[in-house]
Design a protein around this ligand. Structure first.
Ligand SMILES: Nc1nc2c(c(=O)[nH]1)N[C@H]1C(S)=C(S)[C@@H](COP(=O)(O)OP(=O)(O)OC[C@H]3O[C@@H](n4cnc5c(=O)[nH]c(N)nc54)[C@H](O)[C@@H]3O)O[C@H]1N2
Ligand SMILES: Nc1nc2c(c(=O)[nH]1)N[C@H]1C(S)=C(S)[C@@H](COP(=O)(O)OP(=O)(O)OC[C@H]3O[C@@H](n4cnc5c(=O)[nH]c(N)nc54)[C@H](O)[C@@H]3O)O[C@H]1N2
Ligand code: SF4
Ligand SMILES: [Mo]
Length: 675
């Protein structure tokens, strides 16, 4: 039997057709009828059947007795965990219980909603998510300029003439804040219409190879390219003359970019002036522009200023909320255009007790506060839902020591990881194909106003349980109200937690009667200008950003340091630390190695193994010469157990004061022959 569903591994959420014979998944292929992925899948989506049946899966609850994790019953693990949470609250208050919600929970709509609601009814503010590790500059700048952190500009792939990609590699990643399924075909179709793509990246990436132009700039200098562009476009772009109709304080913007002169920018970026001029001409020719950033800039020290200037580029060229530029997807399920949004002027709340100066934004504390909060004894119980903090958080040794020191570490996962190894309780969750679901959390990241509902494709194996059920059971024991009224945990199903989203969606009948993606419309324009922006104007005045800009400008003027920097990279067959041990059909995951330029490898005498060292730590791995990398870059794929690139990052140094983000990319390292 063939069942249509969708992949729940990355933002692209490709349509899948799963062949099931007697509850055995025998084959997975792309769903040709899915309007956005159009039959495309990557190896990870096709591996979901292998993942479902894999014998490494967590199948029964585990609890720690002494040094070992031992198999136990659901009754026992839930009783014990509930007792511990109750004790934690009665002794230290609800703030002693924290939750880390990450990639593995982003695609489990019912589980995610139940987990978040659990923390709320518990009365704890200790919510941490992966957003503050990889992207906080995006919601921050959206809040400052647009008034709401959830504004996510989406590439108008149908009518845009020019796409600029800064530090994003969608051919491998399928997009950062824009979900880009079927990326190669999409790029080619875009070009076939006469539109062009510029990739701005210190590495000649898989996407750069397909692009019309590749600017192989020095790492950490995108903000200079953008500032230079904005400065030039302010005097040359026709739309700049109407800026006062669309923005407040555009004089401030002109002042912010006044210092971006040719000499400063070309020297620091290591780009020729003629190259920058061609880029500027391309923008002028296209009129409007679509530009996206990825982790290459969003995890770096200049993330906020880069994102601000990226927004400024769109606003100067009148490209936001306009055809041919970028649109804001109001969502099929979220319907952002019909509801009041929690507008803000960008002022944060204060951080948790041990780090009060760190900002609390978007309803969560930054992950940089999680480890200090545990070390200070403020958090004694941590519940991890679909995350692997040992490979995601900075400073691996310190993270491990803090996690070990917790009274209770409950981990909800589908596979054993380096984090479950440290847990006091391990709760085996259903996988992507064992639950009903919706494309909910990523609703406004999609290339069309669209949504999909799926039933579970197969029944859960062994004793794997839905995540909503786990929290329902604990809430029942604690006497907390978690479920929608009129139901109990025993009677609830996946649908209980999905129903309110379905009911409030644009057309629940169309959604529920379709077995593939339901499209409501393509790009829509105008709702942000009308409903969200006060007087329909973007706010360009941003003193906190201006302050950071002036520091970066000063550093740039004092001359670029000649150093090797660490930049991020990803692999097609991995999703962060996921799929390392799951052999996707048609190949295995590449070994995680150190990539350096051929010249750097040669200068070390081409050793087989090398050590990368930062001010925080070091890692050793096989060294590979990568002709696609600049001489000033070295990269180690994120997500490995050993080497784990987070050994090089630091919990205290380089934290961005505006977002609280830890510096993950673009810092200095040295490379030497391994001992
Ligand atoms: N296959 C696969 N897909 C994934 C993931 C995965 O692990 N594997 N992870 C998912 C997750 S969690 C995320 S957040 C997204 C990330 O999605 P993307 O951001 O699109 O993907 P990355 O591969 O991290 O791309 C970062 C790029 O930035 C470049 N870069 C580094 N430093 C700089 C710089 O200073 N300036 C510029 N301009 N470029 C720079 C790097 O060379 C790299 O090409 O991918 C998601 N999808
Ligand atoms: N130095 C450095 N640090 C980084 C990065 C980097 O490039 N460099 N990248 C950063 C980025 S972009 C991100 S997003 C974070 C990633 O941070 P995390 O999201 O914490 O990391 P993942 O490895 O994706 O962990 C996801 C976990 O969810 C589990 N899982 C998968 N499916 C399910 C499911 O259906 N249900 C449940 N309950 N669990 C499931 C997986 O087995 C896995 O253990 O790391 C960040 N950290
Ligand atoms: S790109 Fe791969 S992992 Fe992402 S949704 Fe599609 S099939 Fe799944
Ligand atoms: Mo991410």
């Amino acid at each position: 039997m063939d069942v249509q569903t969708f992949c729940r591994v990355c933002n692209a959420m490709c349509g899948l057709v799963v062949t099931v014979e007697n509850e055995t998944i025998t084959k997975i292929r792309g769903d040709d009828t899915h309007a956005l992925s159009r039959g495309y899948t990557c190896p990870k989506g096709r591996a979901l059947g292998v993942l479902h049946h894999d014998d490494q899966r967590l199948n029964v609850p585990l609890s720690r007795r002494g040094p070992e994790l031992e198999e136990t019953t659901w009754l026992s693990v839930l009783d014990d965990l509930s007792d511990r949470i109750a004790t934690s609250i009665s002794e230290d208050g609800p703030e002693s219980v924290a939750m880390y919600l990450a990639s593995g929970s982003a695609f489990d709509t019912a589980g995610r909603r139940a987990a978040e609601r659990f923390l709320t009814v518990l009365g704890s503010h200790q919510k941490y998510t992966a957003t503050t590790i990889d992207t906080p500059s995006k919601p921050l700048v959206a809040e400052i300029i647009g008034g709401w952190s959830g504004l996510t500009p989406i590439w108008d792939h149908e009518s845009s003439r020019l796409l600029l990609l800064f530090g994003s590699n969608p051919v491998v990643s399928h997009g950062h804040s824009n979900a880009i399924p079927d990326p190669v075909r999409r790029v080619r179709e875009f070009q076939a219409k006469g539109s062009s793509i510029w990739v701005i990246d210190p590495r000649r990436t898989e996407t750069a190879t397909l692009a019309d132009h590749h600017l192989q700039l020095a790492p950490g200098t995108d903000w200079l390219v953008l500032g230079w562009l904005v400065r030039n476009l302010l005097s040359r772009h026709p739309a700049a003359s109407t800026l006062s109709e669309r923005t407040t304080d555009h004089e401030d913007l002109a002042a912010y970019v006044a210092g971006f002169d040719d000499e400063l920018v070309t020297t620091n970026c290591d780009l020729a002036l003629s190259t920058l001029e061609s880029l500027c001409d391309a923008v002028l020719r296209a009129g409007r522009v679509s530009a996206l950033t990825g982790t290459g800039v969003s995890m770096s020290a200049t993330a906020n200023v880069t994102e601000y200037l990226l927004w400024a580029l769109h606003i100067v060229t009148d490209s936001y909320d306009r055809p041919g530029g970028m649109w804001f997807n109001p969502g099929y399920l979220l319907q952002l255009d019909t509801r009041p949004l929690p507008l803000s002027d960008g002022t944060p709340e204060s951080g948790p007790k041990s780090r009060p100066l760190l900002p609390r934004r978007f309803g969560e504390y930054p992950c940089s506060a999680l480890i200090p909060e545990i070390e200070a004894g403020n958090i004694t119980t941590l519940i991890v839902v679909g995350g692997n903090p040992v490979t995601a958080l900075p400073d691996t040794d310190r993270t491990i020591a803090a996690l070990r020191s917790l009274t209770t570490l409950a981990v909800v996962d589908i596979l054993p990881t380096e984090t479950t190894e440290l847990a006091s309780h391990v709760l085996p969750a259903v996988d992507q194909l064992e639950r009903a679901d919706l494309t909910w959390l990523l609703d406004s990241f999609q290339l069309a106003v669209s949504a999909q509902f799926t039933e579970a494709v197969v029944a859960p194996l062994v004793e794997r349980k839905p995540v909503w059920w786990m929290f329902g059971q604990i809430a029942d024991r604690l006497g907390l109200d978690l479920l929608p009224s009129g139901t109990t945990t025993d009677l609830a199903t996946d649908q209980t937690f999905l129903q309110s989203v379905i009911t409030r969606s644009r057309d629940s009948e169309a959604l529920m009667s379709s077995s593939t993606l339901t499209i409501h419309s393509g790009a829509v324009f105008g709702w942000v200008t009308e409903n969200v922006l006060p007087d329909g104007k973007w706010r360009l005045q941003a003193p906190v950003i201006a302050e950071q800009l002036s520091v970066h400008l000063q550093n740039a003027r004092s001359g670029a340091e000649n150093q090797l920097v660490l930049i991020p990279s990803r692999q097609l067959r991995l999703m962060n630390s996921q799929f390392r041990e799951i052999a996707a059909p048609g190949g295995t995951v590449d070994e995680i190695v150190i990539h350096a330029s051929p010249r750097n490898v040669l200068s070390l005498g081409s050793p087989e193994f090398a050590t990368v060292e930062s001010s925080n730590g070091s890692l050793s791995a096989r060294l590979v010469a990568d002709p696609n990398l600049r001489d000033d870059c070295v990269t180690v794929t994120h997500g490995g157990r050993d080497p784990n690139v987070c050994a090089l990052t630091d919990t205290d140094e380089g934290i961005d004061p505006l977002s609280g983000m830890v510096l993950q990319s673009g810092f200095g390292v040295s490379l030497r022959v391994a001992e």
